[in-house]
Design a protein around this ligand. Structure first.
Ligand SMILES: Nc1ncnc2c1ncn2[C@@H]1O[C@H](COP(=O)(O)OP(=O)(O)OP(=O)(O)O)[C@@H](O)[C@H]1O
Ligand SMILES: [Mg+2]
Length: 365
């Protein structure tokens, strides 16, 4: 639908700040205007509108959240720092005060056509599966983005789920959004365990750990990939603790060692002994590499769970690296999305020279 046709022609004029300022002029405002439009998303913290900036022609989403005057907005501070092709870009932001004197922060974000949740529903309602290659393209972009987020920006998203992954079904681009729960984790500081949406919560969070790491995002990503294959959540817990039951039903009872790695306070707890169901049985129609990848990611022990870089190097993604003229559509998608582009500064900056050589070999760069 043409944006103008649904706006009654009313134009909003705003003085806004740049999402990524270049140092000295951080608080320099610029003028933009856009037609007022409809709401596309209601979240727990605010509303999201979409519109088009008159000056640049860019399609954007505007996320409006109530701002507590006492604190800096963490979502804004984090988004200002992040720049990655697989992260929804913060273009501008501005504040507004309503008649009750409440302050609202507006984040003007790069627009994406739909969420991965909506994309999956499209297949489920048609009673078909999401094509395996589409799942692989999305999962690859997710772990590529997490490698940047975790190792370069040192940020944990803490709410990875299909609703917070935005996609363009025409290009298969995927971008992570909603940094409302994100945080820079420091090993010496405890963090609240009551984060992340239920089905996607890593077991260490269910065990109430406060010393968890960025590896919780990897668990959530494994749950998202599994859901894309199954067409429904892999661990659909009905409550916090039932979530653990759902996990145990498939992965079996965690060993003492695994419990210790999640939260040592539960070492003496007696759990009913449940034997694991091999993932090859849960994912009967998937090939060995897919099953292996999922079992590397859905591990109880966060230190044994693959990290984002190990995920990227998995042979599950070799199909993308080896795409050529035998599958021109895939080769074109890989190229268009720059999936094989890596930068030493953004993607491998936590590695020694030797390590980065090994990784590059695995990534076939
Ligand atoms: N850049 C964007 N382009 C298109 N749609 C967006 C964009 N950002 C958000 N949306 C839509 O709005 C919804 C809500 O946005 P977002 O997830 O950022 O906030 P939230 O849901 O309020 O936070 P929470 O997930 O913690 O409840 C998304 O699920 C998505 O459907
Ligand atoms: Mg959200």
């Amino acid at each position: 639908m043409d944006i103008q046709s649904i706006t009654n022609g009313s134009t909003v004029h705003k003085q806004v700040f740049l999402g990524h300022s270049s140092g000295s002029n951080e608080n320099d405002a610029v003028a933009i205007s856009y037609p007022a439009t409809e709401v596309v998303g209601h979240g727990s913290f605010g509303v999201v509108f979409t519109t088009q900036i008159n000056e640049s022609g860019d399609r954007v989403a505007i996320k409006k959240v109530l701002q507590d005057r006492r604190f800096k907005n963490r979502e804004l501070e984090i988004m200002k720092q992040l720049r990655h092709p697989q992260i929804v870009d913060l273009k501008y932001y501005f504040y507004e005060t309503d008649p009750e004197n409440e302050v609202y922060l507006n984040l003007i974000l790069e627009f994406m056509p739909q969420s991965l949740y909506q994309r999956l529903r499209h297949y489920v309602t048609q009673r078909t599966n999401m094509p395996r290659i589409e799942i692989k393209l999305y999962t690859y972009q997710l772990v590529k983005c997490l490698n940047y987020l975790h190792t370069h920006a040192k940020v944990c998203h803490r709410d990875i789920k299909p609703q917070n992954l935005l996609v363009d079904p025409e290009t298969f681009a995927l971008k992570l959004c909603d940094f409302g729960s994100a945080k820079q984790l420091r090993p010496s500081e405890p963090n609240v365990s009551y984060i992340c949406s239920r089905y996607y919560r890593a077991p260490e969070l269910i065990f109430g750990a406060t010393n968890y790491t960025v590896q919780i995002d990897i668990w959530s990503s494994g749950c998202v990939m599994a859901e894309l294959i199954l067409g429904q959540p892999m661990f659909p817990g009905e409550s916090g603790i039932d979530q653990l039951v759902e996990i145990i039903k498939i992965l079996g009872t965690p060993t003492k060692q695994e419990i210790c790695s999640m939260n040592p306070n539960y070492m003496e707890h007696k759990f009913p002994q449940i034997r694991p169901i091999p993932l090859a049985k849960v994912f009967k129609r998937e090939d060995e590499q897919t099953v292996q990848f999922l079992s590397d990611v859905l591990r109880y022990d966060p230190t044994e769970r693959f990290n984002a870089l190990q995920c990227l190097c998995s042979s599950y993604f070799d199909e993308l690296r080896q795409a050529d003229e035998r599958d021109p559509q895939l080769a074109e998608a890989v190229q268009r999305l720059n999936l094989l582009d890596f930068s030493d500064q953004l993607d491998f900056d936590s590695l020694s020279l030797e390590e980065s050589q090994t990784v590059k070999e695995k990534l076939q760069l």
